[in-house]
Design a protein around this ligand. Structure first.
Ligand SMILES: C[S@@+](CC[C@H](N)C(=O)[O-])C[C@H]1O[C@@H](n2cnc3c(N)ncnc32)[C@H](O)[C@@H]1O
Length: 256
């Protein structure tokens, strides 16, 4: 692992640190999405979550997915964010690479996390070690639909996309996971916002209705001109490729 990635990882604390205020509408929005996601994945998994099911959420953020579960032995971890909602889960403030568990898990969730970690290959190996044989990894990640934007952000991310040290398309992401683990992909959805969530629960709707996006962008641009370059690059790549820019995709892996 290069020092640069490690240093950058620690610096992302300012994006996900403990101090962030979280508002009621955001909690409702996130929990609404989790419920829809749960309904979507239940028929795909061959296990039902009951009292004995061991569930771990990696990088749970401020509103953990496990907070909506009513059954199961529930665990969550995050190195920077502290959950701001109640729930029947045990939380530990740590990165997945350093997490120690007494037993393996039936289900692991990792929602929009794996491109933020300190060392991705190590994180994937650890997630695989923490999963029981035949257990599942439910993972969401924004990955690219075209090579040009992937390569641009992969090599310039330290300037234009600081919180995401890793940039993939579907194929090279799945290859990386399968190379570093005993997981195999059993289900894939190429655009969660389009195919899974109803219109009121899409990210676009969230930004349009709840976040004063314009003001945030102007502030970001003032603070850092690289944001402006990022916005322009995204526009150009979307125009050239005529494909949605880095949509959030769902990957369900099962351990062999
Ligand atoms: C984009 S946020 C996603 C949070 C939450 N899962 C969600 O979907 O709202 C990325 C999260 O990954 C966490 N993270 C960063 N490095 C990590 C690591 N090494 N192990 C576990 N989580 C990590 C960050 O603290 C942050 O909460």
């Amino acid at each position: 692992m290069s020092d640069t990635k490690s240093t950058r990882w620690s610096s992302t604390e300012r994006f996900y640190g403990e101090e962030k205020e979280i508002e009621e509408f955001e909690i409702k929005f996130r929990k609404g999405r989790y419920k829809v996601l749960l309904e979507y994945i239940e028929p795909i998994l061959k296990i039902k979550i009951d009292e004995d099911t061991r569930v771990l959420e990696v990088g749970c953020g401020y509103v953990p997915f496990v907070s909506i579960l009513t059954k199961g032995n529930l665990y969550a971890l995050d190195p920077f964010s502290i959950p701001k909602v109640p729930g029947n889960f045990r939380f530990e403030k740590t990165g997945v690479e350093d997490y120690k568990a007494d037993a393996k898990f039936d289900l692991l969730f990792s929602l929009n996390v794996i491109d933020h970690v300190k060392n991705m290959n190590e994180a994937i190996r650890k997630i695989s070690d923490l999963t029981m044989d035949k257990g599942y990894l439910i993972l969401s990640l924004c990955t690219y639909n075209d090579n040009l934007s992937k390569l641009f952000f992969r090599y310039t991310n330290r300037w234009f996309d600081k919180p995401h040290p890793y940039h993939f398309d579907k194929e090279d992401f799945v290859e990386t996971v399968q190379k570093n683990s005993d997981f195999r992909l059993i289900h894939f959805n190429d655009d969660m916002d389009k195919n899974i969530y109803p219109p009121q629960l899409t990210i676009d709707n969230f930004q349009r209705n709840f976040v004063n996006k314009k003001r945030n962008i102007y502030l970001d641009v003032l603070k850092s001109p690289s944001t402006l370059i990022r916005i322009i690059a995204i526009r150009i790549f979307t125009l050239i490729s005529r494909k949605p820019f880095r949509p959030r995709k769902l990957y369900i892996f099962q351990k062999k």
